[in-house]
Design a binder for this molecule. Structure first.
Ligand SMILES: [Ca+2]
Ligand SMILES: [Ca+2]
Length: 235
């Protein structure tokens, strides 16, 4: 059930990316612009589980998350995209095994008085730890050859999901529990060499779905230009 819920939430979040709609998921930029979306190809997703310092959710990602990219499990992320695209869209990825902790407690990241919370700082702290543990080049697989970080990829991690254990009011914006942006001040530059030059990056902010997404079309689900910070169920 938890796997289903997470997939469901990921689906909803991607469908809403770029809509700038008020409510649970909100885009960082009101008028995203970028390349045309595509409905086929390869993508690789980095999935992280995170919590505030001292939250006590444990040091490991929830066990159910191991099936997120299992193509043989109906409802998994990979299975979902495969079914929806008739095998044309191959979404792979990996859940890092740790549940990362931010440096501060929840109150350190919450805006008082209805402002914007410090979720960008939270995400930066989580990304730094994940970078130290992994080769982020593994998650840059948007080029045509289907091989991550092979030189035909764009040098950016395709998708990032940061799943919080809980989200207090004021962490994102007011009562929002997810946001289609990591909220970083600049691109995050990893310690992993990009085949095309420089180092593999994570986009700091959502920057470009070409059109308002529609859940009715596969292209609407294409998160190629989106880095998403997203709350899901705890576990
Ligand atoms: Ca790294
Ligand atoms: Ca490639």
């Amino acid at each position: 059930m938890r796997l289903f819920l997470l997939i469901r939430i990921l689906f909803i979040s991607l469908a809403l990316v770029g809509s700038a709609s008020a409510g649970v998921f909100e885009c960082a930029l009101p008028k995203p612009a970028g390349k045309r979306l595509q409905a086929q190809g390869n993508l690789s997703a980095l999935v992280l589980f995170a919590q505030f310092a001292g939250q006590g959710a444990g040091a490991s990602a929830p066990s159910w998350s191991s099936d997120l990219f299992n193509p043989s499990v109906p409802g998994s992320f990979t299975h979902f995209y495969n079914e929806m695209s008739g095998g044309l869209m191959r979404v792979q990825g990996r859940v890092l095994p740790k549940r990362y902790s931010a440096l501060g407690a929840a109150e350190d990241y919450v805006a008082s008085g209805g402002g914007i919370g410090r979720y960008g700082q939270f995400n930066l702290e989580i990304l730094r730890q994940a970078d130290a543990d992994s080769d982020l080049g593994e998650f840059d697989n948007d080029g045509p050859d289907g091989i991550p970080n092979s030189g035909d990829d764009d040098g950016y991690v395709d998708i990032v999901f940061i799943n919080l254990h809980t989200v207090p009011r004021g962490f994102f914006i007011a009562s929002a529990t997810g946001l289609a942006s990591l909220g970083l001040d600049a691109d995050y530059i990893s310690n992993d060499v990009a085949a095309g030059g420089g180092y593999v990056r994570v986009r700091g902010r959502f920057n470009g779905l070409a059109a308002r997404p529609s859940a009715a079309t596969l292209s609407a689900l294409h998160p190629r230009r989106c880095v998403t910070s997203l709350v899901t169920c705890s576990g």
